[in-house]
Ligand binder design. Structure first.
Ligand code: ADP
Ligand code: MG
Length: 226
């Protein structure tokens, strides 16, 4: 499909644990399209993080294909994968991983400068993104001066800094109280709607998951559309 931003096709991944082989992913298959917010659910240990790391090109699958914005990655070397990850993928983790000694704005400026954007342009984009996540007034605050929900909003803005095609988030609200988690999820939905990127977000909050556009469940190493 032309508006596909992420495709996972028959993804397999096994780990050796205590002499035995654990088949975590057994042919996981799914597509995320532009403008879609897709939830990834399943019990702890089901393989959600493993799948997101493979989708985000942080790890390799044993078998299967990943396509990022139409580009198949399985045969790419490490350099090409790193470039594709930098240009097309944004990652958000459970803990914000913002740089503590830098302001919210600088945390969003830095990844852009690493990608070759001028400081002036990067600052303009950072201000625009901080506005989108409702933190225009917090640009000069350092992470420790922000609430948990605000920190995650900055982390999401940072993930979008280089205009990725795929936004991947691993339990981004797992560290937040329910009310804050709800507002962060609502913001995700607003951010993605009508945009050129799609998002795949792991959560164990089924209530929140079912308010997303689609829900994929990890079950026995496969993805089942609910
Ligand atoms: P989830 O995110 O759904 O909780 P994970 O993807 O983190 O699940 O883990 C799935 C399973 O794979 C777990 O049993 C975990 O112990 C195992 N696993 C994950 N990464 C590794 C690794 N690097 N080495 C060995 N086992 C791993
Ligand atoms: Mg996990």
């Amino acid at each position: 499909m032309s508006d596909e931003v992420l495709a996972l096709d028959g993804i397999r991944r096994s780990f050796k644990q205590a002499g035995a082989t654990l088949d975590v992913l057994r042919g996981a298959t799914a597509t995320v399209r532009a403008g879609e917010l897709v939830a990834l659910v399943g019990p702890s240990g089901a393989g959600k993080s493993t799948l997101l790391h493979i989708a985000g090109l942080l790890e390799r699958a044993d078998a299967g294909e990943v396509r990022i914005a139409g580009t198949p990655v399985m045969k790419l070397g490490d350099g090409d994968r790193t470039a594709l990850r930098r240009d097309k993928i944004g990652f958000v983790y459970q803990f914000h991983h913002l740089l503590p000694e830098f302001s919210a704005e600088e945390n969003i400026v830095l990844p852009q400068m690493i990608a070759g954007v001028s400081r002036g342009q990067a600052r303009q984009r950072a201000q625009e993104l901080l506005g989108l996540v409702g933190l225009a007034q917090r640009a000069s605050h350092r992470p420790a001066q922000l609430s948990g929900g605000e920190q995650q909003r900055v982390a999401i803005a940072r993930a979008l800094a280089n205009r990725p095609k795929v936004l991947i988030a691993d339990e981004p609200t797992g560290n937040l109280d329910l009310h804050t988690a709800e507002s962060v999820f609502a913001m995700f939905k607003e951010l993605v709607r009508g945009q050129a990127f799609g998002a795949l977000v792991a959560t164990h909050n089924l209530d929140l998951a079912h308010r997303m556009d689609r829900v994929l469940e990890m079950r026995d190493g496969l993805l089942v559309e609910q």
